[in-house]
Design a protein. Structure first.
Length: 138
């Protein structure tokens, strides 16, 4: 019994050993022949190009838009706070002073007129002189 089984296995090994195995090229072998994993490299190149374009165009635009939105929001809040502060000052002065509401209006009107006149005078203030040794390019 042992002889028969040995003969059948040796016979089959000899027949497979004598015929060379068929070589079917695999996908990995074909891609290694033409330079590696080119589909992944092509996809990476496209992704890198898109990221570069986005970083140079969309990112600065988003920063500008974000700054504008926050600026408008902050400006609106500042205006609302200023108006409420003026209303509060008028009501506080109206309660504190014994006369009618005309006196708080007069006090705040004079105050705002003086501040406005001071700012108006500073609008044409001379520019500071350039430092010694530096020339101005005109």
């Amino acid at each position: 019994m042992d002889t028969g089984s040995d003969a059948s296995t040796t016979g089959s090994t000899e027949s497979t050993a004598s015929t060379p195995p068929r070589s079917i090229p695999s996908v990995g072998a074909a891609s290694s022949l033409i330079g590696g994993d080119w589909p992944a490299q092509a996809a990476d190149a496209i992704v890198n190009a898109v990221e570069t374009v986005r970083d140079r165009t969309t990112t600065p635009i988003m920063k500008i838009a974000r700054g504008l939105v926050f600026g408008v929001f902050a400006g609106t809040i500042i205006i609302v706070i200023a108006v409420l502060a003026i209303i509060g000052a008028i009501r506080l002065l109206d309660e504190a002073l014994p006369s009618g509401v005309w006196l708080p209006y007069l006090i705040l009107g004079v105050l705002f007129t003086v501040v406005g006149a001071l700012l108006f005078r500073r609008r044409n203030a001379p520019a500071p002189a350039p430092a010694v040794g530096k020339t101005s390019k005109r």
